[in-house]
Design a protein around this ligand. Structure first.
Ligand SMILES: Cc1cc2nc3c(=O)[nH]c(=O)nc-3n(C[C@H](O)[C@H](O)[C@H](O)COP(=O)(O)OP(=O)(O)OC[C@H]3O[C@@H](n4cnc5c(N)ncnc54)[C@H](O)[C@@H]3O)c2cc1C
Length: 421
């Protein structure tokens, strides 16, 4: 089988890239064994959050991390069975918490998020999915006034970068969200953020739109990716495919696919979990993050989604749903009106990088495209990534500061010929 452009992975990132590449005239073959939006893009919290410009690693992260390891309720978990996987990653993560690196990451995240809102609305409108978006912001709530004060540096960044937000006291919080529990002293509303009411459903609609425009799909796993002359050969469950160009957008699985080509990606699985409370009226109206407990409640079409946790692990390891089970009591404190038992335990692997920046790059004279590592913000940044990848593929020197998102300089490219050297 031969194709112009093979896209490995049909999560929000691969599909958004396909959308923009197809607009440029590319004939796309979408390859994914599970179909569209069945990986991390299925069960996330749906906060399309343009104000989340802060990397996970900040100054003092090493001490915070150590404290978290001693706290059973902390959001960060380490899967001890796979310690070699995360040890090197954690070292880079701690280095990324250096103040200068953090500032660089904030500016880069702002640069990508700044263009993300328009990219989201354009994509949702083009595929007739605006009904899945709620334009009422993303709310962060604090139960401890001291933590609200400690986060003042974040609000200073908001001011400096012009990120629209509203600071709320307890009374204003209960006016904005009458279903919010008692005991929340402060809140910050990121006013421009969006709530996606069905992340998996959005991906499916996008895939359907791509197919209507001529994209082909292949329900197969790519086992191996090789360079053969000026093309690429993909070994899949359904035989070999020869592609003029390849886009690797397989989330956390991008790393093993690219390693044999000499591209060493600094990503690891940051596993998160969700459960669904049954649909009912009168609950929270927008995605709401409880800062101290690190949980999000997010209204979905099919009920209220409780999401959270970050477990550094390997994609083939079994899930530990008990981590989120411990947070159900917290969910009821955040929104006391929740009734019924949450069902449908789900987990997904975020492709996380040490500096929280995605990897968006074109190697081998644009024949090998890479889009992964979006970590906690892949739903937010998927559509703009698609636009940028299409710009890179066209060699149009897109309108963006791409350098921070290139394959990282500290992860040497073991195959310099891919850079055209
Ligand atoms: C609990 C949780 C909550 C989150 N909340 C938010 C949020 O509120 N806002 C936000 O912006 N982000 C959020 N995220 C992050 C976001 O979901 C991810 O960053 C994003 O979905 C990553 O998209 P992706 O397309 O890179 O990966 P995925 O969606 O994982 O897609 C990768 C695809 O590649 C396929 N694949 C893998 N290997 C192969 C192979 N060898 N051959 C072919 N196909 C392959 C997989 O089947 C999969 O479909 C959350 C994540 C989690 C887990």
């Amino acid at each position: 089988m031969q194709t112009d452009l093979a896209i490995i992975g049909s999560g929000i990132v691969g599909l958004s890239c396909a959308f923009h590449l197809q607009r440029q005239g590319a004939r796309c073959l979408l390859i994914d064994p599970k179909g569209a939006g069945q990986g991390a893009s299925f069960g996330n919290a749906g906060a399309i959050s343009f104000g989340n410009i802060f990397p996970q690693a900040t100054p003092g992260v090493a001490w915070q991390g150590l404290r978290m390891l001693l706290d059973a309720d902390a959001p960060l978990k380490l899967d001890w069975r796979v310690w070699p996987e995360w040890l090197a990653w954690l070292r880079s993560f701690v280095r990324a918490g250096d103040a200068r690196q953090v500032e660089r990451a904030i500016l880069a995240l702002h640069a990508i998020n700044l263009q993300s809102r328009a990219a989201w609305l354009e994509l949702a409108e083009a595929i007739g999915a605006l009904d899945l978006l709620a334009e009422n912001g993303y709310l962060h709530v604090y139960s401890e006034a001291a933590n609200f004060s400690a986060d003042a540096w974040k609000r200073r960044w908001f001011e400096r970068l012009g990120i629209r937000h509203r600071v709320l006291d307890a009374r204003q919080l209960s006016t904005l969200e009458p279903a919010l529990g008692a005991g929340f002293s402060h809140g910050v509303l990121q006013e421009d953020s969006l709530g996606l009411r069905d992340p998996g459903g959005f991906c499916q609609r996008l895939a359907d739109a791509l197919k209507r425009q001529g994209a082909e799909t292949l329900p197969a796993r790519v086992h191996d990716l090789k360079r053969a002359g000026r093309a690429y050969v993909l070994s899949t469950d359904h035989g070999e495919i020869q592609a003029e160009r390849v886009l690797v957008a397989a989330g956390v699985h991008s790393k093993p696919l690219l390693a044999p080509l000499g591209v060493k990606l600094p990503i690891i699985a940051g596993r998160g979990y969700h459960r669904m409370f049954p649909p009912q009226a009168g609950l929270l109206r927008r995605p709401t993050l409880w800062i101290e407990r690190h949980i999000v409640l997010s209204p979905m079409r099919t009920g209220m989604r409780l999401a959270g946790l970050k477990e550094l692990t390997r994609a083939d390891r079994p899930p530990r749903h008990s981590y989120l089970e411990r947070r159900i009591t917290d969910a009821r404190r955040l929104c006391p009106g929740l009734i019924g038992e949450p069902t449908d335990p789900w987990f997904g692997d975020r492709p996380v990088t040490p500096d929280s920046l995605p990897i968006i790059d074109a190697l081998d004279e644009g024949r090998l495209l890479i889009a992964t590592g979006h970590g906690h913000l892949g739903m937010t940044q998927g559509p703009i990534t698609g636009r940028w990848i299409a710009g890179l593929a066209a060699g149009s020197g897109t309108c963006l500061p791409l350098a921070p998102f290139a394959v990282r300089p500290w992860e040497p490219l073991n195959n310099p010929s891919l850079r055209g050297a």
